[in-house]
Design a protein around this ligand. Structure first.
Ligand SMILES: [Zn+2]
Length: 461
C-alpha cells in the first residue's frame, strides 16, 4: 500500500490522506486548510492529485478541517461514493451549507477586505454541496462494507464528536490479511456524554492524530466541579457567564454538562441561552442519535425528552432573541460562537459583559495566537471589540479540559490497547511540538521508527 499525506502534516488543518491499495485509490477526509477561504491564493483551491482518479472517499467526522473541501472534489469531477456514519452525513450537510452561505457573504463584502482584487470567487456553491450530499453513503458503526473490491471499511466510535469515527480498512496484500487504521480525531475518556474511543487490535499501519500530544488535560470530574463553582458564583452575584464555543461539539458538550449539574441537583438551575442558529440546527441532529451516547447521558435524555434544550436551555434563533439577552438581568449563562471570539454573536455579548466584575467569561476551547479569545484567556487589562476598547473586569476562567481531543495520557492508553504489534505508524494533525512529544509515547508499540510526514510526502508500507 502507498500512502500520501496531502494535509494535516505537522499542523492541525486540511486533513486529507490518499491511499493506493493495488490499483484502487481511496481518499481519507478532505478538510479545509486554515486560510482565507475565498482568497485566490488560498491553498484550499487546488488538489495535488486528480479527484477524477479516486475510487472512494471516506470521511472520519464532520469538523470543517476534515470535510471542508469535499464539495471541491465534486467540482473537480469526482463521481464516486463518499462513506460516512449517518450522524456525520447529517452534520456534514448542515456544516457545508453554512460554509457555502458564509462564503457567499464573504464574496459580497470582498471589495472591503481585498480592494486590490478584481474578482473573488467562493470555493464552492450550495449546488456543489447538494450534489455531494446525494453521493454520501451512510454506514453505521461496526458494520463492515466493501468500499472498493477487496477492501472492507469498518467505522468505530472515536468519541470525539457526534458521529466521529475511527476508520478501519481490512484487505489482503500478497495473500496476507492487512489492517490499516486512521484514528480520525480521538475523544477523551470518561466524559459522560460520548463513549471512550473504541479499541482496535492487530493494527499493521496506523495514522494517528496528535493534537494534544504534548498536553495533559484536567479530568472531566474536576472540570465539572469548577463549572459548578462558576455557576454558584453567578447565582450569588446575579452575574452573567459568557462561554465562547464552536457550534459543533463544544456547545453540545457544555449544554450537556450544565444539564447534568442541574439534573443532579448540584446547583440551582439558571437560564442557559445558546445564541447560534447553526448550533440549534446541529443540536437537533444530536437529539436524533441517542444511541451515540453513554448510558449515563441516555438516562438523562430519557428523563428529559427535550434533551439538549430542556426548560432551562433556550436557543436564540433570531437577532432579536440575541439582543434581548443584553437587557436581561443575571444570573444566566450565554453560550455563543465563534469559539475564538473572532466573529459571530459572541462579540456582542462580550461587549456587554466584560467590564462588570460580577460577570465571568469561561474559555473552554483552544485559542489560537492573535485571537480575541487568546487575549481574554491571557487576562489582558483591556480588549478591543468593533473598534471600541473595554476594560476586562469580568472574572476569566480557562477550562480547556472540555476539549473533544484525547490528551497525551488518553493517546498513550489507546496505543497500548492495540496490542503493540503495529508495523508502521504516522503522526498527523498536530503542531510540531505536539508530534515531537507524542512520538516517544507511540514508539514502544511500533516496530519501525514512527513517521512524521511532510506535506505531499508518500510512503510504501
Ligand atoms: Zn475534529
Amino acid at each position: 500500500m502507498r500512502i500520501t499525506f496531502h494535509g494535516a502534516t505537522r499542523q492541525v488543518t486540511g486533513s486529507a490522506h490518499l491511499l493506493e491499495i493495488g490499483s484502487k485509490r481511496i481518499l481519507l477526509d478532505c478538510g479545509l486548510f486554515d486560510s482565507e477561504r475565498i482568497h485566490p491564493e488560498s491553498p484550499n483551491r487546488h488538489f495535488a492529485f486528480d479527484p477524477r482518479d479516486l475510487d472512494a472517499v471516506i470521511v472520519s467526522h464532520a469538523h470543517n478541517d476534515h470535510i471542508g473541501r469535499l464539495p471541491l472534489l465534486i467540482r473537480a469531477g469526482y463521481n464516486g461514493p463518499i462513506f460516512a456514519t449517518p450522524a456525520t452525513a447529517s452534520i456534514t450537510s448542515v456544516m457545508l451549507r453554512d460554509s457555502a452561505r458564509i462564503q457567499r457573504e464573504e464574496v459580497r463584502n470582498a471589495h472591503i477586505k481585498y480592494p486590490h482584487l478584481e474578482s473573488v470567487e467562493p470555493l464552492f456553491e450550495l449546488v456543489d454541496v447538494e450534489w455531494l450530499i446525494e453521493r454520501m453513503q451512510r454506514i453505521p458503526y461496526q458494520t463492515p462494507i466493501e468500499v472498493v473490491p477487496g477492501v472492507n471499511l469498518t467505522f468505530l466510535n472515536s468519541g470525539h464528536i457526534l458521529g466521529s469515527a475511527i476508520v478501519q480498512l481490512d484487505y489482503r496484500e500478497d495473500g496476507r490479511p492487512r489492517r490499516f487504521v486512521f484514528t480520525g480525531d480521538l475523544g477523551r475518556r470518561d466524559t459522560h456524554l460520548l463513549p471512550d474511543p473504541a479499541i482496535v487490535k492487530d493494527v499493521d499501519v496506523l495514522v494517528s492524530e496528535s493534537t494534544y500530544g504534548s498536553r495533559e488535560l484536567e479530568p472531566y470530574d474536576r472540570l465539572v466541579k469548577q463549572l459548578h463553582a462558576i455557576v454558584a458564583r453567578a447565582i450569588r452575584l446575579e452575574g452573567k457567564v459568557v462561554i465562547p464555543a464552536f457550534s459543533l461539539g463544544r456547545t453540545q458538550r457544555m449544554v450537556y454538562c450544565l444539564q447534568e449539574l442541574f439534573a443532579m441537583h448540584k446547583v440551582r438551575p439558571i437560564p442557559v441561552f445558546v445564541d447560534s442558529p447553526l448550533a440549534l440546527r446541529l443540536t437537533e441532529i444530536h437529539r436524533d442519535h441517542p444511541e451515540a451516547y453513554t448510558p449515563i447521558a441516555r438516562e438523562l435524555m430519557d428523563r428529559d425528552p427535550l434533551y439538549f434544550g430542556s426548560k432551562h436551555v433556550e436557543f436564540c434563533a433570531t437577532w432579536d432573541d440575541s439582543r434581548r439577552l443584553n437587557y436581561m438581568r443575571g444570573p444566566m449563562i450565554i453560550i455563543a460562537s465563534s469559539g475564538m471570539c473572532e466573529a459571530g454573536r459572541i462579540r456582542h455579548h462580550l461587549r456587554h459583559v466584560v467590564s462588570d466584575p460580577d460577570n465571568a467569561v469561561v474559555i473552554v476551547s483552544y485559542q489560537a495566537e492573535g485571537t480575541l479569545g487568546r487575549q481574554i484567556a491571557e487576562g489582558v487589562e483591556r480588549i478591543q471589540i468593533f473598534d471600541q476598547w473595554y476594560d476586562l473586569n469580568a472574572a476569566v476562567y480557562v477550562l480547556d479540559g472540555f476539549s473533544g481531543h484525547a490528551d497525551r495520557n488518553d493517546l498513550g492508553w489507546w496505543y497500548e490497547q492495540t496490542g503493540g504489534s503495529i508495523e508502521n505508524a504516522f503522526l498527523v494533525h498536530g503542531d510540531p511540538e505536539a508530534i515531537d512529544a507524542l512520538t516517544p509515547v507511540l514508539q514502544p508499540f511500533v516496530q519501525n521508527t514512527v513517521h512524521t510526514p511532510e506535506l505531499h510526502q508518500s510512503y510504501e508500507v
